[in-house]
Write a new protein. Structure first.
Ligand SMILES: *Cc1c(COP(=O)(O)O)cnc(C)c1O
Length: 227
């Protein structure tokens, strides 16, 4: 076994164990949670090793990089785009990404619809958990605008709305940030009973995310190392 394979096997196993412990202490079922391995900035060879180790869901932030790796890995890999969307890249992104996690503009929603060729595209709506006076540029619909945004998206039949996605703000306790997110999710489900998924949790905060009900956790550096 190559050294890299040993490293990745050990860190993946460790993350899986941490996920299981968080699932157990939250009284949840492991099957409710999809682990997305965030391979951004790492070579396709790492993604291939992780595939051989059992990973099937991969997260990427950039169109070119995601497109390239998705062409190299086997066809049953599932690709998640989670970066900031650029309108001119959307055509390409919808071609290789099975799921888009970072939808936060209506113009992008409409463009995805025109590109979908009759088949609904799976999306998460990204919500911003930043306080209104901190501009971090990490994207996301402001909570006050979220329900209206979802109403508009729900009228676009080419979108398969899966749920909410968020990134915990820096310098905020993720437990507090994710409890806010869980509250927003309740409000969403009350009006849109199908829109139940919750994409949150990264290397630094996935245990808190699992406690708050995450269904999709996006983990990079804890598995692949620091970028
Ligand atoms: C990079 C990134 C991740 C993974 O972050 P790690 O801290 O490396 O686990 C998850 N989600 C988004 C949106 C990212 O940009």
């Amino acid at each position: 076994m190559s050294q890299r394979r040993q490293e990745l096997a050990a860190s993946l196993r460790e993350v899986q164990e941490r996920i299981q412990r968080a699932v157990d202490s939250a009284g949840r079922d492991r099957a409710e949670i999809t682990l997305i391995v965030v391979t951004k900035t790492f070579p396709a060879s790492d993604a291939e090793i992780l595939y051989e180790l059992g990973a099937r869901n991969f997260g990427e932030n950039r169109d070119e990089e995601g497109r390239e790796k998705s062409q190299i890995l086997p066809n049953d890999s599932i690709w998640h785009f989670q970066g900031q969307i650029q309108s001119k890249k959307l055509r390409s992104i919808t071609e290789w990404a099975n799921v888009i996690h970072s939808l936060d503009e209506l113009a992008h929603a409409r463009k995805i619809a025109t590109l979908s060729a009759g088949k609904a595209h799976s999306v998460f709506v990204q919500v911003s958990l930043d306080s209104p006076n901190t501009q971090t540029g990490r994207g996301g619909v402001g909570p006050a605008l979220l329900m209206d945004f979802l109403r508009e998206c729900s009228m676009i039949s080419e979108l398969d709305l899966l749920g909410l996605m968020a990134v915990a703000p820096l310098n905020v306790d993720p437990v507090i940030a994710f409890s806010r997110l869980a509250q927003l999710r309740k409000e969403v489900i009350a009006e849109f009973p199908q829109v139940t998924a919750l994409s949150c949790g990264m290397s630094g905060d996935f245990e808190a995310a699992i406690a708050a009900g995450a269904t999709h956790i996006r983990i990079g550096s804890s598995i692949l190392g620091s970028r």
